[in-house]
Design a protein around this ligand. Sequence first.
Ligand code: FE2
Length: 376
Amino acid sequence: MSTLAIRDSRTNKQVDFLPLLGTDYIEFYTGNAKQAAHYYQSAFGFQPLAYAGPETGMKDKVSYALKQNKLVFVFTTALRTGNSIADHVYLHGDGIKILALRVDDAVSAWEETMKRGAKNYSEPVTLHDESGELTLSGIYTYGETVHLFVDRNNYKGAFMPGYRPWKPYYNPSETGLQYVDHCVGNVGWNRMEPWVNFYEEVMGFRNIISFDDKDISTEYSALMSKVMSNGNGYVKFPINEPAEGKKKSQVEEYLDYYNGEGVQHVAMGTNNIVETVTLLRERGVEFLQIPSSYYDDLLDRVGKIDEDITPLKNLGILVDRDDEGYLLQIFTKPVEDRPTLFFEIIQRKGAKSFGKGNFKALFEAIEREQELRGNL
Ligand code: FE2
C-alpha cells in the first residue's frame, strides 16, 4: 500500500486513487431473465427501465434493467448454450455477476487497480449511441464476480448503449426501497485475509469492522466477517469466511451450492422499514422468522426507539444499537431454489454498524432453515 499511495504534493494528504460515487448497478445472471424481471417488479416493486436483446442488436443475450430510486438491477440470460453467461448459470445457478461502481473516470479506475494487481475483466471501452457516450472497464473480485467501473457523465439515455427504454403495461408500484447499503461476499476457508488485502491494496478500501467466530457463532453455524469500506464510505463490502462449528457453517452451505465464492446478500435501504416490509410480505417476499421471545427484552437491549414494538414483532424486524444510533433490519429467505443469494432490508437511524447484536437470533433462524434442507 505505502509504495503505491499517492500523496497530494501541497497537503501531503493521501489521495484516494479510486474515488467511487456509489453503486451504479447490480447485474444478475439468471436462467430466465424475463421471469426474474417480473418477480422483481411484482414482489420488490422495481420499475421497468431498459431492455436489450436481439431487437436492439444483442444476438446472444437478453437483459432487463429495473430501477427503484437509486437501486438499479439488471437481469441477463443467455439465448444459447456455450457462452460465459450460460456457463455461469449452469455452475452457480441464478446469482450476481456484476457489482458496478460509479466513477468519474473509468480509465483511471482500471489503470490504478490493474497496476496494484487486479485481474482484468474488461479493458476500458467507450460505448456510443444517440444519447451520448458511456465508458466501462472491469476487474474481477472473489469467485467469478466482477467490479465494473462506469462513467456515465456524458450519457443521457435510459441505461446504456445497446439498451432501449422498456415500457411494459404491467407496472406495479414501488415498495420504498431506496439504495444499496452494502453487498456481502462469501469466500472460502482461509480466503478472508487475501480478499481483505485485495480491497485494501488494489482498491484502497479499509477494514472498518471485524467480527470473529466468538461474535458470530451459534451452536453450529459459525462464520467470520470483515467489513471493507471505500474512502468516502459510499461503498461497503463485508467479506464472510466459514468458521469451524459443531456442524456445517452457513457460509459453507452457500459455497457448496454456489460452487464457489460469490455475493451472499445485498442490503437495500428504506426510509420506513415497517411500510416497506408490509408491502413486500403482501407481494410474496419470504422472510426469516424470528422467535417472538426476541422482542421480550428488546427495549432493555436497545433502549428507546421511535417505532412501536407490535408491528416490528408481527413482521419479524430486528433492532440493534451502536454508539451513533440504532438500525432496523430483516432478512429474506434465499430468492432462488439454491440456498445462495438473499436480501437484507435495512433502515438506519444513526447507526453505521451491521447489527452485531442480532447475529445470534438471525443465525439461529438460518440454522432452522439449513436443518429443513438437511444441510446442518
Ligand atoms: Fe448485511
